[in-house]
Design a protein. Structure first.
Length: 279
């Protein structure tokens, strides 16, 4: 009886701890939305108001009526989708090779992929700016897509590899006995069984491309290519910052990835769980 009582209270305590951590993580988002709906006079009120006294939709209306904002959204969508496609094209065969093919130096390649995830993006921003400027790729969609892929590719390989490890090698061998080549077995057998992993990887690589700011402000100068994150940064002046306008455009920019995640969260959670268990 005492054991059941202690387990009950332990579970209750863990639930409270989980709710506390959730509140800590969600509070910045709440404050962002709250600031977007506040007039300028309430933003700097002291002590701060944690509930809105007056709701001002002016900043949201201003953002939605700005002709540059739709262009920013389209640019972010292009960069995000391009980063997703390029990352999957490169990461899928690489992850399969690291999982199933007898490659020399496989452990070294895995170590390099893991190590590249630890490098801050600022370390490669300047070299990429110099290289892209000489190649004429700066201020272009392709340059942004390639730059973001340098960050998304190692992550995509690390996510996809456990899915391929979870697929028995006997399936590939059976496909080869039936007349398939290694590429044919990969295309006809392995990929259809890895849809969940591919979808999970696609969502996260899209979010990497959508949320990038460093490469967006380093490699882009014109509004024709500027994504929404750089558009938010452009609204921050040198001397004064209209925080309600900045938070309004940030709130609007948050909606597409939020909706995408809500639609696909079941597949993402399942995909990450399967990969973690089978690894």
């Amino acid at each position: 009886m005492k054991t059941l009582f202690s387990l009950y209270h332990r579970g209750y305590g863990l639930s409270l701890l989980g709710l506390l951590m959730l509140a800590i993580f969600l509070f910045p988002i709440y404050w962002m939305v709250l600031t977007a709906l506040r007039p300028s006079t309430e933003i700097f009120a002291y002590p701060p108001h944690f509930l809105p006294n007056v709701v001002d939709l002016g900043p949201i209306k201003q953002v939605l009526s700005d002709p540059k904002v739709p262009r920013y959204f389209i640019n972010s969508a292009i960069v995000g989708l391009g980063c997703t496609v390029l990352s999957l094209l490169l990461a899928t065969p690489a992850a399969y090779a690291l999982a199933h093919l007898p490659l020399r130096g496989k452990s070294l390649l895995m170590l390099i992929s893991l190590s590249s995830l630890m490098f801050p993006a600022i370390m490669i921003a300047t070299p990429l700016f110099v290289i892209f400027s000489r190649m004429g790729l700066s201020d272009s969609y392709f340059g942004l897509i390639v730059a973001n892929t340098t960050l998304a590719l190692p992550f995509a390989i690390m996510v996809l590899r456990p899915f391929f490890l979870a697929i028995p090698k006997q399936l590939t061998e059976a496909a080869k006995i039936d007349g398939c080549t290694t590429w044919g077995a990969f295309w006809r057998v392995i990929l259809p069984l890895s849809v969940t992993g591919l979808l999970t990887t696609a969502i996260f690589t899209f979010l990497i491309g959508w949320g990038d700011l460093l490469f967006a402000i380093t490699l882009v100068n014109s509004d024709e290519v500027r994504p929404i994150t750089a558009g938010i940064y452009a609204n921050m002046g040198n001397n004064t910052i209209r925080w309600n306008a900045v938070m309004a455009i940030s709130t609007v920019a948050m909606l597409p990835p939020l909706v995408l995640f809500l639609i696909t969260q079941r597949y993402v959670v399942r995909g990450l769980t399967v990969g973690a268990v089978k690894e």
